[in-house]
Each structure stands twice: as structure tokens, then as C-alpha cells.
Design a binder for this molecule. Structure first.
Ligand SMILES: C[S@@+](CC[C@H](N)C(=O)[O-])C[C@H]1O[C@@H](n2cnc3c(N)ncnc32)[C@H](O)[C@@H]1O
Length: 278
């Protein structure tokens, strides 16, 4: 890890809230991996390998007249990442039922207490989409169901699925760091029914599942929808997030093309998480 080179962007944001929150959400979907809030904004990190000149082109808040955002960036060798991260990761509790915390936090007395060491991976429950996917999982019956967690990040959703009685579970991510981090977190939470796989939809082959969870982004979901549906058992459930209210028509149309029925929508800060049934 010490040899990974990062590009760090220091953003100053006014007004700070909700500006920083929106900015972090957008940067997360553009490929930035980690964020450290600062007195006047946020510093965001992306691996140099993932970086390109037009990385900020799709960040809509930078063109918003409601916020003044300035930034500078430089290359850094991230040597003390964990210390930065540990200072900035507060535990969260979803609906008083499910806590997501780091190993150095005290244990929670909630029915589900997930311990995550996210390092660089997305999925601490702080992001709206992870939060809503946790809510969907909490509300639905997972006992004895086979589950695919596509784009597993830290593995948080797969881990909750196992805590709710699902088995077997495949957790898939194409990012090597997420793959390794999910393996660690699966172990840390003493999960026994999760197989972590490095890859994308092409690794799914003939596997089928009762429930597919995919918190990725609009374009990947649309691109891989046919594969997901072909992997879904009759009577199955598809939980999707990683997109905004405006994206719902495209996502719904793709699901309906494959005869899935829309069932429920959750929404937080314009992000949505949808439930479909076969
Ligand atoms: C928004 S994060 C979600 C992480 C976690 N499931 C959660 O809910 O917090 C999306 C994850 O999908 C992964 N990803 C993106 N495109 C992918 C693809 N085509 N196949 C597999 N994983 C992908 C990313 O590496 C990232 O970890």
C-alpha cells in the first residue's frame, strides 16, 4: 500500500454544508476513494492510476451558482492514510437496528453490529446509498436466501446479509483494493458464508441467486442489467442503488424490459435505492 501514489485535491467550499456533503458524494462516483474533512472544506484522494485530466468535468456542484468552490491539487505518497482515516470515521447507526463502526469504536448494543475497516474502499454506511441499501436489507427476509452483492466495496452489505441469515453469498468487486478489504472485513465479522470474488459481471457465469444487491452507478447497472436478471431465481429480489431520482426512469425501463416489477423506493438527499421483484 505504501507504494500507491495518490492525487490529493484540497477543496474550499462555501457554504460548507451541504456543499461538502454533495461534493463528496459526486467525487465518490467519479472515482475518488477517500475524503478528509478540513476546517473549510474537504481533501479528496484518488489513485494516480485512476486519475485523468478531465476527472472533475462531471462534478456538477462545481458549476453551481449556490456554492463557491476553489481547489488545488498535488501528488502525494499516502504514507499515513490509516491515521487520517481513523480520525475521521465516526460510527453510524441505521434505524436503531444496525451499527457500522470501526474496530477501535466501542461495541454497539444494536441487533446488528458491523465492524468495518474501510481504508480506501467505499462502504462505511455514511454514504446515502449504502445507508438506504442497509435499510432495504433490514426490511426484507434474507433467511436461507442465496445472495449476490455486486460492487461490494468494503463488503458491508454482504456482511449484513449474512447476519440476517442469508447463505451462500457471493461478494464481487472489480477493484483489487475492495476485494482485499472485503476479505478482511468478512473475517473480522466472523462471516462463514461469504465468498469474495475479484471481477465484474463477467465472473457470474451460470450462478443464480434469490437476491441480488447492486450499489454501483447508473451506467454500470444499465450495462449489466441483463446479466443480473439472468442470474436471478424465480421469486427473486433485486435491490439497486448508486443513482439519483432523475435516473429512475432509465433504471425502471431497463428492469421492466426484463419483466421485473417495481416494488419500493427509498430516497435520501436525491439519491435513491429501488427494490424490484421478479
Ligand atoms: C458505490 S460503491 C458501493 C460499495 C458497497 N456495496 C456499499 O453499498 O457501500 C460501488 C462499488 O462498485 C465497484 N464497481 C464499480 N463498477 C463495477 C463493476 N463493473 N463490477 C464490479 N464492481 C464494480 C466499485 O469498485 C465500488 O467498490
Amino acid at each position: 500500500m505504501s507504494n500507491i501514489i495518490y492525487i490529493g485535491y484540497e477543496f474550499e467550499v462555501s457554504p460548507e454544508q451541504p456543499g461538502v456533503e454533495i461534493l463528496i458524494a459526486e467525487l465518490g462516483y467519479a472515482g475518488f476513494e477517500s475524503f478528509v474533512e478540513t476546517p473549510h472544506g474537504v481533501t479528496a484522494y484518488i489513485q494516480k492510476e485512476e486519475w485523468h485530466n478531465s476527472i472533475l468535468d462531471d462534478i456538477q456542484i462545481l458549476n453551481s451558482e449556490e456554492f463557491i468552490i476553489t481547489y488545488s491539487f498535488n501528488e502525494i505518497e499516502q504514507t499515513n492514510w490509516n491515521a487520517e482515516w481513523e480520525k475521521n470515521f465516526n460510527p453510524i447507526v441505521v434505524d436503531d437496528i444496525c451499527a457500522v463502526r470501526a474496530p477501535f469504536h466501542d461495541k454497539f448494543n444494536t441487533p446488528y453490529d458491523i465492524v468495518i475497516e474501510p481504508k480506501m474502499s467505499f462502504g462505511t454506511g455514511h454514504h446515502e446509498t449504502t445507508h438506504m441499501m442497509i435499510q432495504h436489507i433490514l426490511k426484507n427476509d434474507f433467511k436461507g436466501k442465496s445472495v449476490l452483492d455486486m460492487g461490494c466495496g468494503t463488503g458491508v452489505l454482504a456482511i449484513l446479509a449474512e447476519m440476517k441469515g442469508a447463505k451462500p453469498i457471493d461478494a464481487v468487486d472489480y477493484d483489487n483494493w475492495c476485494y482485499l478489504n472485503s476479505l478482511e472485513n468478512v473475517d473480522r465479522n466472523h462471516c462463514e458464508h461469504i465468498t469474495v470474488i475479484e471481477g465484474d459481471a463477467s465472473v457470474l457465469g451460470e450462478h443464480t441467486y434469490d437476491i441480488i444487491i447492486a450499489n454501483i452507478n447508473r451506467n454500470i447497472l444499465l450495462q449489466d442489467m441483463a446479466t443480473y436478471v439472468s442470474c436471478l431465481n424465480a421469486g427473486g429480489m433485486l435491490l439497486l442503488s448508486g443513482f439519483y431520482n432523475d435516473d429512475i426512469p432509465a433504471i425502471k425501463a431497463a428492469c421492466e424490459t426484463h419483466l421485473l416489477k417495481f416494488e419500493e423506493k427509498l430516497e435520501r438527499n436525491n439519491w435513491v435505492a429501488l427494490k424490484f421483484l421478479t
